[in-house]
Design a protein around this ligand. Structure first.
Ligand code: HEM
Length: 413
């Protein structure tokens, strides 16, 4: 079989920003995996990769697949082709987050934040997460109905993130709202009105950094303290630069976990025998159920990379400078990796999945995410012996970025 090139004709139509792909890409992803594991998108000088092995291999090869304009493509950037050349390495500036950079700067910045999110540090948040979850349930359960995303998981998640980045937990509602607004999409690309929310969030974080600098004897804030000690080319970071790194943690960690928790409860509720099985021992059974919800309904649709040289992958010749959409949700339903991948099974043995990414940019918040997911599920299932979900009022806005419920009403009893 000759290798596909970017101009090869294809007899099947796919565009990551089409209505169909944004509404429910599951059937399209199946076709892609079977017929075009590397699908040419000449309109973006890009390829879509859908098989697990391929996206995994790209994830762990930062030399051949760099960040450049990734990890979330802006159509304005996609419109600028690299014209067959390797992209120049992205340089660190005041507004650049480590999630958009390649090593060595990405690695240095990541290490600066990392101590606050490593397994032992993350485990210390458990009591706080449980306390927040219980507080929410105390307030919500008596109403008989509440929203799983905004009123339960979202507020707990935002409260935890506030603590991680040195903001008072009572700012959780404000932070949740700012994150939701700043990440709003109008595919392809961000919605038009996200600027003020970005600025407001940045401002809050600059204040948190300044407060920490001004009072070194206050309680430690490991995420800020690590970045205050970080040096890039021998230079300390400014408050603005630190705030940009923290904003990535806030954005990455606020709306993702509650979406997965909502999805997990929805899939369990649709399958009463599975819900009963998880309920039988929530402490033991919520972690695998959360992991299966990650695989089955990963919120992040893709991560982007750019080829730094010409490379053959998945039957295609990818030229230097071309972009790659690594389709997370397609890879996580790959029948070569998972048995009957379109079935949700809470106790499925999962060796690996791609919902937290892979390689150098592997989700830095993974330990917090798993802990939060487990506690949110466990507390809710223990506190509420029976519930229904009102799918008629559920809301999943079309997005090329973080897909998931932003409204899912739960009725107690
Ligand atoms: C279920 C929840 C989560 C999901 C599905 C998720 C997903 C991901 C994925 C796929 C990546 C890789 C991006 C890439 O390869 O370019 C990533 C990176 C990242 N995540 Fe998460 N994440 C979650 C929770 C969190 C939490 C709780 C935090 C913060 C506490 C967080 C912070 C970050 C950051 C800062 C990065 C960038 C890391 C880097 O580029 O080195 N995430 N996440």
């Amino acid at each position: 079989m000759p290798l596909l090139t970017i101009d090869s004709p294809v007899d099947f139509s796919y565009d990551p920003y089409s209505d169909e792909a944004l509404r429910d890409p599951t059937a399209l992803y199946r076709q892609l995996r079977r017929r075009y594991p590397a699908y040419p998108l000449p309109q973006y000088d890009a390829w879509a990769l859908s098989r697990f092995e391929d996206v995994w291999a790209v994830g762990e090869d930062p030399e051949r697949f760099a960040m450049d304009i990734g990890p979330v493509f802006d159509p304005a950037d996609l419109a600028r082709s690299n014209g067959g050349s390797a992209p120049a390495p992205r340089t660190f500036s005041t507004a650049t987050s480590f999630s958009q950079l390649d090593p060595p700067v990405q690695t240095t910045l990541r290490q600066g934040i990392g101590t606050s999110l490593r397994p032992r540090a993350a485990a210390r948040w458990e009591d706080e997460i449980r306390g927040l979850a219980r507080e929410r349930l105390d307030a919500l359960v008596p109403h008989g109905e509440f929203d799983l995303y905004t009123e339960y998981g979202g507020l707990v998640s935002a409260g935890v993130i506030c603590r991680i980045v040195g903001l008072a937990p009572d700012r959780a509602a404000e932070v949740l709202d700012l994150v939701n607004t700043s990440l709003r999409r109008k595919p392809p690309g961000p919605a038009e009105d996200t600027g003020p929310a970005h600025h407001a969030l940045h401002h809050l974080l600059v204040e948190a950094v300044a407060a920490r600098r001004a009072d070194p004897d206050a309680d430690p804030v490991p995420a800020i303290d690590g970045l205050l000690r970080t040096r890039i080319d021998g230079e300390a970071l400014t408050d603005d630069q630190i705030a940009v790194q923290l904003a990535t943690v806030v954005s990455g960690g606020t709306e993702t976990v509650p979406k997965v928790v909502a999805r997990c409860l929805l899939e369990l509720w649709r399958r009463p025998e599975q819900l009963a099985a998880v309920r039988a021992n929530p402490a033991a059974n919520c972690p695998p159920a959360f992991e299966e919800a990650m695989r089955f309904g990963a919120p992040l649709q893709y991560v982007g990379r750019t080829a730094t040289r010409s490379v053959d992958i998945a039957g295609a010749r990818i030229q230097a400078g071309q972009r790659l959409f690594l389709l997370i949700a397609a890879a996580n339903r790959d029948e070569q990796e998972f048995e009957q991948p379109d079935d949700f099974r809470w106790d499925r043995p999962i060796k690996r999945h791609f919902a937290f990414g892979h390689g150098l940019h592997f989700c830095i918040g993974v330990h917090v995410a798993r802990l939060e997911g487990r506690v949110l599920l466990e507390e809710l299932l223990t506190r509420i012996p029976s519930f229904g979900l009102d799918e008629s009022r559920a809301l999943v806005p079309p997005s090329d970025f973080q897909v998931g419920h932003i409204r899912l009403p739960l009725v107690v009893g």
